[in-house]
Design a protein around this ligand. Structure first.
Ligand SMILES: Nc1ncnc2c1ncn2[C@@H]1O[C@H](COP(=O)(O)OP(=O)(O)OP(=O)(O)O)[C@@H](O)[C@H]1O
Length: 256
């Protein structure tokens, strides 16, 4: 299945936030979106997921989601969005409870995604007992439970400290190698983008337009050992973004 944004323009009242954005998230592809603060990245993700409707342009799905997909699109947020009164297994179960299925199948799905996210031993724990990294792994497990065609990830690692972020990036690489999920992955962090993205979409400042798309042809599983090449790509991205980021920063400061 492909998720396609076709010439999206979006405004809130008179403020144009996105302008003529077209992009495709293909099968088994992680597309990272980077750009200065306020350029409309989260808005783009909400439009892709159908939470809001674009002022003009359209979001299309081409092809079929996996046969056993319960939800073609699912979100992963920065703040994990877990229910504190439910256990780890209970939080994952939540997304399955709207779907008619035998209790045995539900339990099997939960066990499978907890194993994939290395949380099997923590099934009975509550979110307050978990570190930030583990909480985000629960959110990832919950997203995987519906076997989505595309995961919509809004800065999923940015609430975590840098060591935890590194560990979770390794986990995401392992997971992708195992499951080959597709994702639109919003981030401020260029190191994350070059580690995880097959393609990196660089946005201009608001109204966000696509300034450039950088493809990385190093296999994701090999990137941990290719630091020099990744850092060159990161420099290239930063050169594309620097002036836009500076201008966006001045804009926000001026408005304060
Ligand atoms: N529901 C809304 N109503 C009005 N304005 C909004 C709404 N959501 C976002 N905006 C405005 O749209 C612009 C883009 O916001 P958005 O959160 O999409 O940007 P972003 O690139 O994700 O920002 P950041 O990188 O800081 O998270 C901002 O100026 C924001 O204030």
């Amino acid at each position: 299945m492909q998720l396609i944004a076709r010439s999206i323009t979006h405004a809130y009242d008179t403020v144009e936030v996105l302008s003529d954005v077209s992009l495709t998230i293909g099968d088994a592809e992680i597309v990272c979106v980077v750009g200065p603060s306020g350029c409309g990245k989260s808005t783009l993700l909400r439009l892709l997921g159908g939470l809001e409707r674009a002022t003009s342009g359209s979001v299309l799905i081409s092809g079929s989601p996996p046969a056993d997909s319960l939800n073609p699109l699912t979100y992963i947020f920065q703040d994990f969005a877990l229910l504190p009164w439910r256990t780890v297994a209970g939080n994952v179960s939540l997304v399955l409870e709207d779907h008619a299925m035998a209790a045995g199948r539900r339990a099997a799905i939960i066990a499978d995604v907890l194993a994939r996210t290395k949380l099997a031993e923590f099934a009975a724990a509550y979110p307050r007992q978990l570190s930030g990294g583990m909480k985000q792994r629960v959110a990832i497990a919950r997203a995987l439970a519906v076997n989505p065609a595309v995961m919509l990830m809004d800065e999923p690692l940015s609430a975590l400290d840098s060591q935890t972020r590194e560990l979770l990036m390794d986990d995401l690489v392992d997971l992708w190698t195992d499951v080959r999920f597709s994702a639109c992955y919003i981030t401020h962090n260029l190191a994350e983008a070059v580690r995880l993205g097959h393609r990196i979409v660089v946005m201009s400042r608001r109204p966000g337009r696509i300034r450039d798309v950088v493809e990385i042809d190093i296999p994701i599983a090999e990137r941990a050992g290719r630091g020099k090449e990744l850092s060159e790509i990161q420099d290239r991205l930063w050169n594309l973004m620097r002036e836009e980021a500076r201008a966006a920063d001045r804009e926000i400061t001026d408005a304060a």
